[in-house]
Ligand binder design. Structure first.
Ligand SMILES: C[S@@+](CC[C@H](N)C(=O)[O-])C[C@H]1O[C@@H](n2cnc3c(N)ncnc32)[C@H](O)[C@@H]1O
Length: 205
């Protein structure tokens, strides 16, 4: 686990470079551009979202993996207005109803239990707060079967990432009103990490 975690973190930015350049960086910018106030970037990884947060945000970057966190801390040094916390989505170290936005990008595929992570998100969000997501999700038909078959090997190689989660339904089931802004592919649509979805969700009243 330690060695795999170290290898995953070491290759993450290089492995993502082309996808970031072609699609993901602009998607992150579009998702995060309207934010302000207290923001939790959960599973912040190596810090791909950091440069997209407007200066008016006070960002807490939550990252449980020490190998990812080391890289995150190195990037935070040059950004400002960001603190890094060693924690998981299951326990966000925030007061009830105190956070304006919780951001998940490519993370709800990897948390051990989506329902627990989303319940914690609900707990910390202000009533008018928002959950923002950009995630790869389960496809349909033969593509979903392909994801089901590949899932065990993929999960082993990619730090627990589950290819076949119906994440939008899970957010909805956790008590949010979900607005999907876009569904898209990064590269060829047959890749197992497609389709991707991005959008926002607000706590049900
Ligand atoms: C694929 S990376 C995505 C990183 C970053 N959010 C991005 O958009 O590039 C998944 C991240 O989720 C983190 N993660 C895994 N389980 C988690 C949990 N239970 N709570 C919070 N983060 C978690 C991993 O450590 C890793 O940094």
């Amino acid at each position: 686990m330690g060695l795999r975690s170290a290898l995953f973190a070491a290759q993450y930015d290089a492995a993502m470079r082309q996808a970031e350049h072609e699609e993901l960086a602009s998607r992150r910018a579009a998702l995060l551009s309207g934010l302000n106030g207290i923001v939790y970037d959960v599973g912040a990884g190596t810090g791909a979202n950091l440069r997209h947060f407007p200066p008016s945000c006070q960002v807490t970057a939550v990252e449980p993996d020490p190998n990812m966190r080391k890289r995150l801390e190195a990037k935070v040094g040059s950004v400002g207005n960001v603190r890094v916390v060693a924690a998981g989505a299951e326990a966000l170290q925030a007061e009830d109803a105190s956070v304006d936005a919780v951001v998940f990008t490519l993370v709800l595929c990897s948390v051990p239990d989506q329902a627990t992570a989303l319940a914690e998100t609900r707990r910390v969000l202000k009533p008018e707060g928002r959950l923002l997501f950009l995630e790869h999700v389960r496809g349909t038909g033969a593509h979903a079967t392909f994801q089901d078959l590949l899932r065990p090997v993929w999960s082993f190689a990619a730090q627990g990432c589950q290819l076949n989660r119906n994440t939008v339904a899970a957010i909805s089931a956790a008590g949010f009103n979900v607005a999907v802004q876009d569904e898209f592919s990064v590269g060829p649509g047959w890749l197992p990490v497609n389709p991707m979805v991005m959008g926002t969700a607000t706590p049900e009243g």
